[in-house]
Design a protein around this ligand. Structure first.
Ligand code: ADP
Ligand code: ASP
Ligand code: MG
Length: 418
């Protein structure tokens, strides 16, 4: 009997009515002969509510305790879904991450999955039950509960599918697939029937929140067939129609791939920019600055170094906005003195907009069309970074929607591919 993993996001689990619909859909799959593991998120808004409570008490909440708190959101969801499945006449059992167990490292609030022991889940599946496992959480080797970062339930689902050799991982959400850009920002955005793994990886890493980046990494590493589809359709729709709906992540370029040069546009409002100016320009300074940032477990994204004519250099880099205060403290109180820099500055009113497409490999002029489009809109570019299949720019965040809409149009994304 083949195993299918379903993941349901916050909106899909947003009310008891929606949870009952999830149970109906899962029951339909189970009755069609599939073993089912279901991974739900917390009910919509719950994780934000919990983080808000924590911040009312501690401006920078203690990471271990924040994880303890946030784990409750998913725990409520699994129990409610197990009850809903029982009410549907199925046998079901829910597990928290630690009960599986899903082992992670100890980086609270952004832990990485290290291993999954599927013995207990398998035994329950073989006993004919639907198994429901909390998204977003795990346990470290000290027995502390951890969470996998915002949107982490996607990663839980794909990792479980990978560990258990599932036939497919279906990510049910509040849109009916992966679009050329966020359809909430550009209503003309178009759903892709298939998206290449590489493009999905770039889109997710550049801010398309429809899938958490690590879920796409797991899908690629273990070749998990992964599909993004809507949970808001009729739960009793035909299984044959449901199986081909949404967007499939493909690992090979085939004749179904759309041949656009740019396939999608991603944006990310979660970045902040920091600059350290007037650093004596000599070998080792980049390491002295960025090494200390890395040691503090802060991820750096874009980096620019500009040499001045007076023997000094300026470094600008971006970090996650949640880590902006920590980074500024580190720069001002430790790094500035140790490298002898003149000043430190920061800006949180920035966002990153990126164009993504495997077609860029074989086309020139893609970046220049991006820059021309932004200049015609009067948008100043603060930083640029490129790879083989993407170009990203950092701009003032008040222009984000304008930039995304203009680029979506300039690259002809709302038109059907020929
Ligand atoms: P869930 O709670 O189901 O995990 P998320 O809010 O995390 O849902 O992700 C779904 C949302 O991702 C959509 O509602 C949409 O606004 C957003 N999104 C961003 N980029 C894209 C994209 N390229 N295609 C589809 N949705 C996108
Ligand atoms: N509930 C978590 C969050 O809001 C995990 C998830 O939804 O994937 O980030
Ligand atoms: Mg999500």
């Amino acid at each position: 009997m083949s195993l299918i993993v379903h993941k349901y996001g916050g909106t899909s689990m947003g009310s008891t009515e929606r949870i009952k619909n999830v149970a109906k859909r899962v029951a339909k799959w189970h009755r069609a002969g599939f073993q089912m593991v279901v991974v739900p998120s917390a009910m919509s808004g719950e994780t934000n509510r919990l983080i808000g409570l924590a911040k009312e008490i501690q401006a920078e909440p203690d990471p271990r305790e924040l994880d303890m708190l946030c784990c409750t959101g998913e725990q409520a969801s699994v129990a409610l879904l197990a009850m809903a499945l029982k009410a549907e006449g199925l046998d079901a059992i829910s597990f928290s991450g630690w009960q599986v167990p899903i082992k992670t490292d100890s980086s609270h609030t952004k832990a990485r999955i290290e291993s999954i022991d599927d013995t207990r889940v398998k035994a329950e599946l073989n006993a004919g039950k639907v198994v429901i496992v909390t998204g977003f959480q795990g346990i470290d080797d000290q027995g502390n509960q951890t969470t996998l970062g915002r949107g982490g339930s996607d990663t839980s689902a794909v990792a479980i599918a990978a560990a258990m050799g599932a036939a497919e991982c279906l990510i049910y959400t509040d849109v009916d697939g992966v679009y050329t850009t966020d359809p909430r920002v550009v209503p003309e955005a178009r759903r892709m029937r298939v998206v290449s793994f590489e493009e999905m990886l770039e889109m997710a890493s550049l801010g398309s929140k429809v899938l958490q980046i690590r879920s796409v990494e797991f899908a690629g590493k273990y070749r998990v067939p992964t599909r993004v589809l809507s949970s808001l359709t009729d739960p009793m729709m035909s299984l044959d129609d449901e199986k081909v709906s949404g967007t499939l992540i493909t690992f090979e370029e085939d004749e179904h791939m759309e041949q656009a040069v740019v396939s999608g546009i991603a944006f990310n409002r979660d970045e902040a920019k920091v600059t350290i100016r007037g650093v004596p320009d000599k070998p080792g300074v980049a390491y002295q600055i960025l090494g200390q940032v890395a040691e503090a477990n802060i991820d750096v994204d874009m980096i620019i170094q500009n040499q001045g004519s007076d023997g000094t250099t300026d470094f600008t880099f971006t970090v996650h906005r949640n880590e902006f205060n920590k980074t500024m403290d580190l720069l001002k109180n430790k790094i500035q003195g140790s490298v002898g820099a003149r000043e430190v500055a920061g800006d949180t009113n920035v966002c990153k907009v990126s164009i993504v497409g495997i077609g860029m490999r074989s086309h020139v002029g893609v970046a220049s069309l991006m820059f021309k489009t932004l200049s015609e809109e009067g948008i100043n570019i603060q930083m640029i970074s490129t790879s083989e299949i993407k170009v990203s720019v950092l701009i003032d965040d008040k222009y984000m929607e304008l930039a995304v809409r203009a680029l979506h149009k300039a690259f002809g994304l709302e038109k059907e591919a020929a």
